[in-house]
Design a protein around this ligand. Structure first.
Ligand code: GAL
Length: 443
């Protein structure tokens, strides 16, 4: 694993330690399985998202025939709708038996709000401390106590493309990917001249922030991106690098489809590439599942022929990551059922069934690579060798309040003319967010 990852995790662990109000209790030992229903909450319901979950549920149902799995998934990529529904339920004291929580700041927020329980005994019983990478354990643990069970690692900095559209426009991607956003924009000019959308985009909700962070990382590089989120911030939100990143974002938007805000979710934007209406789409590798999985959920496309992939511009040798995990709530109705679900989610069999369909790689380090696509096998190699940085959109690097504020400012920018004045306003707002919602030590 890259050394660079440790800097990021050291900072996040330090933040988690500070946020933690008091030491956790050990994992409760519930009574022997009484059966009953296990309500699991996620946002894996759309095409390409549901297949992996279904595969894991199949294992759960075979292993625990006396438990009834209740799928409480709420549609909307990146949890845009699900998280609001979950927050309402948690506020009402009605938690599902388990829910999807991103490793990193999202999991820390649930732990610090005392909404989830530590899983020390569960980890010990299932030998999990040795099967997950230490770096990942740091992103779900507070003071060494694990609070969730990671099922996967997703890569968010992937640019999917239609090889036929590129060929028709005379665009060739340099080996290893576009070195910079300006190189990419030169390719976009050719695609545009050929009458196609260069970069397809979905509705605001999360796809614009997903694009924004990829432009920022590709402009700033791994270290400066991570420096935006450290305490104290080592990258100046008011500086020239961020300014250039925002200018690149404005230019990137100028190459996107004008109907982005009317699309229902990320899938229709990815489908524009599959259909040959757009050349490129930037999306996490859950899009692999959507492109390659069999119908009716997947598009059953052939890799390299119908679709292909490259790192987002400027991010060669950088792996922007996020990880989905599941939690044991405080006050849930069927704690044994939850532990049964977590047992499957943590297991080699569960992760080997889930991840090849989800487009992600295992959180565990011992999965059989032969079960995975060429794409995922390469992603696993990159995860082991690239500089690793965390995603903002998928809740690794910032606390939820900060992310919400950035999203508000991003929406204002999207509604603007995207010109130099709007970029300056956006940058000032981002710098102010860092001061008030961020590490509290921003320039
Ligand atoms: C992410 C999540 C992924 C995938 C994606 C699109 O936040 O971690 O597993 O579901 O959203 O919905």
């Amino acid at each position: 694993m890259s050394k660079k990852i440790y800097g990021l995790f050291a900072v996040i662990i330090a933040v988690a330690t500070v946020l933690s109000a008091c030491g956790p209790a050990a994992t409760p030992t519930p009574a022997a399985s009484a059966g009953g229903q296990v309500e699991v909450f996620s946002w894996w319901v759309g095409p390409g998202e549901a297949d992996g979950l279904a595969a894991m549920v199949k294992i759960f149902e075979a292993q625990y025939p006396n438990e009834k799995f209740v799928n409480a998934a709420v549609a909307g990529g990146a949890g845009t709708n699900a998280q609001a529904v979950l927050a309402t339920r948690l506020a009402a004291g009605d938690p599902p038996d388990s829910w999807q929580a991103h490793a990193g700041m999202a999991t820390f927020a649930y732990a610090n709000a005392k909404q989830i329980q530590p899983l020390d005994d569960f980890y010990a019983k299932n030998n999990l401390n040795s099967v997950f990478p230490k770096s990942l354990l740091g992103l779900i643990s507070i003071d060494g106590h694990p609070y969730s069970v990671p099922v996967n690692i997703h890569r968010s900095n992937v640019m999917w493309y239609n090889p036929k559209v590129l060929q028709a426009a005379g665009v060739t991607i340099p080996s290893g990917g576009f070195a910079s956003w300006s190189d990419f924009f030169a390719a976009c000019d050719k695609i545009k001249a050929a009458g196609k959308t260069c970069l397809s985009l979905g509705p605001e909700g999360f796809t614009a922030m997903h694009l924004w962070e990829n432009v920022m990382i590709g402009t700033l590089g791994a270290d400066k991106w991570s420096g935006l989120w450290t305490t104290p911030a080592t990258t100046d939100w008011n500086g020239a690098d961020v300014k250039q990143g925002l200018a690149n974002f404005a230019t990137a938007l100028s190459y996107t489809n004008s109907d982005a805000s009317t699309l229902s979710d990320w899938q229709p934007a990815s489908k524009m590439v599959a259909d040959g209406d757009a050349a490129f789409n930037i999306m996490g590798d859950w899009a692999y599942g959507y492109f390659a999985n069999p119908a009716p959920n997947g598009l059953a496309l052939k890799p390299h022929t119908d679709f292909d992939w490259t790192p987002t511009p400027g991010t060669q040798n950088i792996f922007v990551f996020l990880s989905d995990s599941f939690v044991l709530p405080v006050g849930n109705k069927n704690p044994q059922g939850t532990l049964d679900w977590l047992t499957v989610a943590a297991s080699k069999a569960g992760q080997e069934a889930f991840n090849p369909l989800k487009g992600s790689i295992c959180a565990r380090t011992d999965c059989d690579q032969a079960l995975f696509s060429e794409y995922s096998q390469n992603a696993a190699k990159d995860w082991a060798s690239n500089a690793i940085v965390g995603s903002l959109t998928h809740e690794v690097v910032s606390n939820p309040a900060w992310k919400t504020q950035i999203d508000t400012d991003l929406k204002l920018f999207l509604a603007s003319a995207h010109d130099a004045a709007a970029q300056a306003t956006f940058q000032s707002a981002l710098a102010a967010d860092c001061k008030t919602k961020g590490a509290g030590a921003c320039p």
